[in-house]
Design a protein around this ligand. Structure first.
Ligand code: AMP
Length: 214
């Protein structure tokens, strides 16, 4: 199955794509994760991307399209994939159409997770990650046992620079201005599944699987 997971920052895209990818046995391809990997490796692409990411702005389309083209050509993506966080602009959507048309592999469904703005702000500002093992936490919903350290390896948890409250507000605005409308690009194909994302992780995952019939 080839799926796109859409929704604003904080809507739960990452969590649900990861779970669904395991269930369907297809890779979960998250552009944010691919970029953060480049940043932590200190590559020229990563250094360039970081300036955009820390401000909550989008990395330029040409960089993103090249990155996805490369990733979709890997052997594990031939059986299907879940794209999380791509396309985020009309230009990216057009490029993805072309890539998939060339491969003869259309998208099966676009899942849109819908969550009210105040809930997205709450989710993002409570989010923490272990810098050693990348385990995600949430200070209210899934807190670590000990104050701010990872349950698995004791490392002090970190907040992503772009989860700081001012940057969160900016990211939500960029999403509303540049990404929310991109979903309409797919509406004509009636592949869009709008899911109410305001419930427990298990419940929302169930809603997604029911909508997809998987
Ligand atoms: P995410 O982890 O999906 O919230 O992405 C983190 C950051 O990576 C975003 O705020 C952007 O700066 C950048 N990013 C991720 N995906 C894209 C994309 N498709 N287009 C442009 N920038 C992106």
């Amino acid at each position: 199955m080839r799926l796109l997971m859409a929704g604003s920052p904080g809507s739960g895209k990452g969590t649900h794509s990861r779970r669904l990818g395991e269930h369907l046995n297809v890779p979960h391809i998250a552009t944010g994760d691919l970029l953060r990997e480049q940043v932590s490796l200190g590559t020229p692409l990563g250094r360039n991307a970081q300036t955009f990411m820390d401000r909550g702005d989008y990395v330029p389309d040409d960089v993103m399209v090249a990155m996805i083209k490369d990733r979709l050509a890997q052997p594990d993506a031939q059986k299907g994939f879940i794209l999380d966080g791509f396309p985020r602009t009309q230009g990216q959507a057009d490029s993805l159409d072309k890539m998939l048309a060339d491969l003869g592999t259309p998208i099966d469904a676009v899942i849109v997770l819908e969550v009210p703005t105040e809930e997205m702000v709450r989710r993002l500002s409570g989010r923490r990650t272990c810098p050693t093992c990348q385990r995600p936490y949430h200070m209210d919903d899934e807190p670590p046992k000990d104050d701010e350290t990872c349950d698995d390896d004791g490392t002090k948890l970190e907040r992503r620079a772009d989860d700081e409250p001012d940057t969160v507000r900016h990211r939500l605005k960029v999403y509303a201005d540049r990404t929310a409308g991109v979903v309409e690009h797919y509406d004509t194909d009636s592949v869009v599944k709008r899911i109410n994302g305001e419930a427990s992780v298990d419940e929302v995952q169930e809603r997604i699987r029911t909508a997809l019939g998987v």
